[in-house]
Design a protein around this ligand. Structure first.
Ligand SMILES: [Fe+2]
Length: 210
């Protein structure tokens, strides 16, 4: 557990720096003024782009792989901030060279950007209606390559994906989600087997039980 957690209204700044506070305060202001997820993302994009371009603020420890993690394969999700109401979380995802995440969803709006290294993202579309327990039919819809500074949106209609590191250095991406994405129960998919199962990724540095 991280000792350096300061709370206001239950909000947790695991990384507590003026730069991160400036970003989070701008995002929280948008989130509390705007209801529509598309509009929230549009308003946050310029703030996110500036943070992504700034290589000075993210300490090395949050760019390190984790031996034991919910994502597996040394992939670490480091929580940097989360809101006390469960409506916002900001984390770094660290993926070693050649490793890939499971295919997963997020169940919220989000912005994901590449901070270091290079990643490939596979986006899937779900074809079935979800009515059969444990069954999911996914088609690969798109494959994208991401370089530092590139970012993409997560919305209910493109919520299922997998990322892998294609650079020979560990990749670090920044994940801003409209829920506590490390701690909620979401879904992991096995496209070749047409299967879906409950999934909680967790965070490397913070426990979920609250
Ligand atoms: Fe993801």
């Amino acid at each position: 557990m991280d000792a350096n957690v300061r709370s206001t209204r239950g909000d947790e700044y695991i990384l507590d720096t003026p730069r991160l506070r400036e970003f989070i305060e701008a995002v929280e202001d948008v989130r509390h003024r705007v209801a529509d997820p598309h509009a929230v993302i549009t308003a946050i994009r310029p703030h996110f782009a500036r943070l992504l371009a700034d290589q000075s603020w993210l300490p090395h420890r949050y760019q390190e792989i984790a031996e034991e993690s919910g994502m597996g394969r040394g992939i670490g999700t480091w929580l940097l901030y989360r809101a006390g109401d469960g409506g916002l979380a900001f984390s770094s995802l660290v993926v070693p060279p050649g490793a890939e995440t499971p295919v997963h969803d997020h169940l919220a709006w989000g912005l994901v950007g590449l901070y270091r290294g290079e990643q490939e993202e596979d986006v899937f579309i779900r074809r079935d209606d979800g009515s059969r327990d444990g069954r999911a039919d996914l088609d690969l819809a798109e494959r994208k390559t991401l370089k530092p500074g590139d970012f993409y949106e997560l919305l209910p209609e493109n919520d299922i994906h997998r990322v892998r590191t294609i650079s020979n250095v560990t990749s670090v991406s920044l994940h801003l989600l409209g829920n506590d994405n490390g701690c909620i129960w979401r879904h992991r998919f096995h496209p070749d087997e047409h299967r879906v199962e409950p999934f909680r990724s967790g965070y490397v540095n913070v426990e979920c039980a609250r």
